[in-house]
Design a protein around this ligand. Structure first.
Ligand code: SF4
Length: 439
């Protein structure tokens, strides 16, 4: 039995795809090994969202190729496979044997055997209008949270983003197929499911939209927590917010990617909403769910963004006071609309000044908001029976997706625990020993 080692980079969708690839390969009599040195085939499931992500892969392939004495086949999967097909295959120094795009993972067994049989590089980066892997049951590595990809692809074409080119057009699985998977997961002991998609809330299968899907998933007995990511602010109908408020098992946590705070820049990004529309949506969300936790994604230094326009981003951040944020400097991506139309004209030093200013402002807000929870008792789902820093502490998450560190007790991974919050930093809450609770 040939052994395969898979290394995953980038977003949650890539993590999920790796679980799909493991399932497809084991169905074709491949073994999965956690050790690269033991593998006959090494696959890198790549991200192409920023330049350093690509450079990391070139170095890693070189390292594997030149660090091995035994023969090994090297394959590149994911968004780099689609975005850099020619460069990857023609780069003799790297010696990549095969590449497969995000819609071609069912071809992997054939690609590998063709490399072996014909000794030639193989590739399949076809983008599919139909492939949703709805007939593949992922080999899940996490036992507490089950990711479920309900749709694939993206039709939004934000000008800074490669995803529409590397993952193709949107297509959704049937609600019956998804509910069947949720029921199986509950039977396997999962109580939390996270619905996944590049643009998750634009889910649509015939007459069923995202709100309808959330309702039928929430109706499945035994599901105690439902999360979803990554949504687009344009797809938050009031009925979805009302359903979230009504249902105890839908977590009161929304990831709401802002990207930038200035309307002219948002227009250049093709985000389809203005600063005011984003703020109005936040007001509506908080009217319906006052305790909701909001997280976001922000890019600073997008082409042509002025200092004053960056101040608009800071203004939104200070008005909204997000509970969590992922903040990045603009990185030009080949083949994106921005790369083709706009010059990357914000100096690197200025990008750095803006990202430092933004992260400092955010860190203060996180700290204030986390410290406001000291003295509260919160329900925590235990995720890890130890933390990186201490073997006597465990880690878990609140409904609003905050990380809580607490002492070990008569509870374990998958348990719900009532925890009194005693301290907080800008990134985690600290709790007392918890009390096991039903949910
Ligand atoms: S919504 Fe925009 S940023 Fe998100 S995956 Fe689609 S194109 Fe990319």
């Amino acid at each position: 039995m040939k052994k395969v080692f898979i290394e995953t980079y980038g977003c949650q969708m890539n993590e999920y795809d790796t679980e799909l690839v493991k399932s497809i390969l084991t169905q074709h009599d491949y073994g999965i090994t956690p050790h690269e040195a033991d593998a006959d085939v090494v696959m890198l499931n790549t991200c192409s969202v920023r330049d350093n992500a690509n450079r990391k892969i070139y170095n890693r392939v070189h390292e594997i190729r030149h660090g091995r004495t035994s023969p090994v086949l090297i394959g590149v999967l994911g968004c780099m496979a689609t975005n850099f097909k020619t460069a990857l295959l023609e780069n003799k120094r790297l010696g990549i044997d095969f590449i497969a795009g995000p819609d071609s993972y069912k071809q992997l067994p054939t690609l590998i055997s063709d490399v072996e049989n014909f000794g030639e590089k193989q590739f399949d980066v076809t983008l599919s209008e139909f492939e949703t892997y709805s007939d593949v049951s992922p080999n899940r590595s996490d036992s507490v949270n089950a990711w479920i990809a309900i749709m694939r692809g993206c039709n939004n074409f934000c000008t800074f983003c490669v995803v529409p080119y590397t993952r193709g057009r949107e297509r959704s699985r049937s609600p019956e197929n998804i509910v069947e998977e949720v029921k199986k997961l509950v039977a396997d002991g999962f109580t939390q499911v996270s619905l996944l998609g590049q643009n998750v809330n634009s889910y649509r299968h015939e007459e069923t939209d995202f709100t309808d899907l959330m309702r039928v998933v929430s109706d499945v007995p035994g599901v105690k927590r439902i999360r979803f990511t990554s949504p687009h602010p344009k797809d938050f109908p009031r009925k979805l917010l009302q359903l979230m408020a009504e249902r105890d098992n839908i977590c009161k946590q929304i990831h709401l990617p802002l990207q930038a705070g200035n309307t002219r820049v948002l227009d250049k990004m093709n985000r389809t909403y203005s600063k005011e529309e984003f703020l109005d949506l936040v007001t509506e969300i908080r009217e319906i769910m006052p305790d909701v936790s909001l997280s976001t994604d922000i890019i600073v230094g997008f082409p042509t963004e002025t200092d004053a326009e960056f101040e608009d981003t800071l203004d939104v951040v200070n008005q909204v006071r997000f509970d969590m944020a992922f903040m990045f400097k603009y990185s030009e991506r080949p083949n994106t609309l921005a790369a083709r139309r706009l010059k990357d004209d914000v100096p690197e030093t200025e990008k750095t000044r803006r990202i430092v200013t933004l992260t400092d402002a955010q860190r203060l807000i996180f700290l204030e908001k986390n410290r406001a929870l000291i003295g509260k008792t919160m329900t925590v789902l235990i995720e890890d029976s130890a933390t990186k820093k201490s073997s006597t502490d465990v880690k878990g998450r609140t409904d609003c997706n905050r990380i809580v560190i607490l002492p070990q007790g008569d509870y374990d991974k998958g348990d719900y625990v009532q925890v009194l919050i005693t301290d907080a930093t800008s990134s985690v809450l600290i709790g007392e020993k918890g009390l096991l609770s039903a949910s």
